[in-house]
Design a protein around this ligand. Structure first.
Ligand code: COS
Length: 382
């Protein structure tokens, strides 16, 4: 049964993540945003502490957290710097998850262990210029050759694409079979024909890199096929179910940061002879913000709990992402409003939170896609 109270371990992991976020992740976040600077140093530190292999079992080099603890840790890191949290979310819920559940023992030893130990960073390459929401439309082609496959195509919007050491890549191995002809590969950094292009100049999440990847006659050996040939779309969809918990947790973290900044500011700022927190219109905003953040967190915890219990959580993770991302956008917009003109300039953090929040409604399935996922699950039930 889903309970809102955390276990002692979950509470401790959240508090540990909060401390690390404050001490190691927050410092320099303003400058990293301004300079669009990716910090490998911070990821190395987080990796040493187990944050790059949170849900991977200890025998495979990970920290062995449950999904609830994972979501709480992502929330805390996102509160300090959402750009860092997206790297963790992609690595933990997409890349590591696929390898943990679908890689063979040799692949786990070679690829999953260094990821889980925080030595390597991973990316997840599904999106293409013509395959975003409609993910079945993979135009990257993998052609069979002696001992492996030759990949050709273009990937788009790849988080950590420039800095990743290992890349999970989906490609069409049999176009006639449509989505049942998609296969999952792992491509190592530096492989000939694998070329990350210039980083995108983004509105938010500026300290994480996002790029397109040109794939030209890129040879990938048979031993780098993850799962079986033709099973790739299932891996993509199943991993995204869990990925959406990470993004929802990230959205809650951004919203919490904006809310706390707003309360602090509202207590300090005086208008009409009193702190603005004493004005009912500000109180109304804060009450709405608080209620929606609480509701979002509960949806995240419910989805994560069901994942931990090995129950079907497809609807739950889509609901958590849809609601939490809308909340993050609304809360950060109101935070800017509460700050007035000060909210619109870089001296205060809320304008960054507003910019960072928007993409949570877009990546790992837009809000519109989440409504489709929810509605399809509902139709199966009723
Ligand atoms: N979990 C597990 N399997 C799923 C699934 C899910 N959430 N959604 C679909 N599938 C499976 C289906 O069961 C079906 O399997 P079979 O062919 O074996 O029966 C297969 O995937 C195809 O499903 P469907 O026919 O529903 O595919 P659609 O083309 O209609 O698309 C959506 C389904 C829209 C849900 C899917 O394309 C999607 O999630 N798109 C968003 C992708 C995304 O998040 N992009 C961002 C990239 S990462 S930044």
């Amino acid at each position: 049964m889903f309970s809102t109270s955390l276990s002692e371990t979950q509470e401790q992991i959240m508090l540990a993540a909060r401390k690390i976020a404050k001490e190691e992740v927050f410092p320099g976040s303003v400058e990293r945003d301004a300079n669009a600077e990716f910090s490998r140093d911070i990821l190395n530190k987080l990796g040493e502490l187990g944050f790059l292999g949170m849900m991977v079992p200890e025998e495979l080099g990970g920290a062995g957290f449950d999904a609830v603890s994972y979501a709480l840790a992502i929330k805390e890191i996102a509160k300090a710097d959402a750009s860092v949290s997206i790297v963790l979310s992609v690595q933990n819920s997409l890349v590591n998850w696929i390898l943990q559940y679908y890689a063979n023992d040799t692949q786990k030893e070679k690829f999953l262990k260094p990821l889980a130990q925080g030595i390597k960073i991973g990316s997840y390459c599904l999106s293409e210029p013509e395959a975003g929401s409609d993910a079945t439309q993979q135009h990257t082609i993998a052609t069979k050759t002696d001992g492996g496959w030759i990949l050709n195509g273009m990937k788009n919007w790849i988080s950590t694409g420039i800095n990743a050491d290992l890349n999970i890549v989906f490609a069409q191995t049999n176009s006639e079979l449509k989505h049942k002809g998609i296969t999952c590969f792992i491509v190592e950094r530096g492989t000939q024909g694998w070329e990350p292009l210039k980083g995108e100049n983004k509105m938010g999440m500026r300290a994480s890199d996002t790029c397109s990847i040109a794939i030209t006659n890129c040879f990938v050996p048979d031993e780098n096929v993850i799962g079986s040939v033709g099973q790739g779309f299932t891996l993509a969809m199943e991993s995204l179910n869990g990925g959406r918990i990470g993004i929802a947790a990230q959205a809650v973290g951004i919203a919490e940061a904006a809310f706390e900044a707003s309360v602090k500011y509202a207590k300090e700022r005086i208008t009409f002879g009193k702190p603005i927190i004493e004005h009912q219109m500000i109180q109304s905003k804060l009450a709405q913000m608080s209620a929606k953040i609480d509701a979002s967190l509960l949806l995240v915890l419910k989805a994560a709990h069901k994942k931990d219990m090995h129950e079907n959580f497809i609807q739950d993770s889509a609901e958590a992402k849809m609601f939490a991302s809308a909340t993050a956008v609304e809360v950060t917009r109101e935070a800017v409003q509460i700050h007035g003109g000060y909210g619109y300039v870089r001296e205060y953090l809320v304008e960054r939170y507003y910019r960072d929040a928007k993409v949570t409604e877009i990546y790992e399935g837009t809000s519109e896609i989440q409504t489709i996922v929810i509605a399809r699950e509902l139709m199966k039930k009723y």
